[in-house]
Design a protein around this ligand. Sequence first.
Ligand code: TYD
Length: 209
Amino acid sequence: MKKGLFITFEGADGSGKTTQVNKIKTYLEEKGYSVVVTREPGSLELGKRIRDILLNYEGDVSDKCEMFLFLADRAQHVDKLIRPSIENGKIVLCDRYTDSTIAYQGYGREGDIDLLKHLNNIAIDSLTPDLTLLYDVSAQIAQERIGAEKDRMESSGIEFHKKVRNGYLELLKNEPERIKMIDANNSIEKVFEDTKKIIGELIQEKLGA
Ligand code: TYD
């Protein structure tokens, strides 16, 4: 039975969402909630090994191999950490989840979106987030934030970023109930205010607190 809450954080590289995950964790803990912060790829021991391949492997990685690695990491993550934590009444904050696969492997790498949705669903066994925050950032600001040190995914270039961003906006159009967009071009403090407001409304609605 579901007792906690599941919130995911999405956006293109350089959107600043990880900063927000950490700020909201502190904020919720100060209010007395029990919070689990996690991320994809690579939260657990096995996932860290997968993450290392995904972000640091220097050889050629086929698109299909990349897709299955992200999905394998997710399946383990849901079974071993996310679902048990929600069942234990925690608020789970997850930095990237299924929408990243649709935006990056689907729209970015031009994979089959229906197939990706289907495979995602196998990996998560229908564990859909209660809320997904989409941090939308322009390609230019994102590139400035990322700087010169890029990992394998970030090295895919500005055109790739634009495709990923458009993918997220398509997802938003299709699921406006679950996905809420935040303008991540703004200052960290303004973005945090927007984040707190939306999460506060969810907690009020679902936990009545
Ligand atoms: P990470 O360093 O965690 O980036 P960020 O701080 O932006 O989340 O790297 C994760 C990278 O993996 C990022 O470029 C997005 C990509 N990714 C996918 O392509 N598909 C996925 O399913 C997931 C979870 C991440």
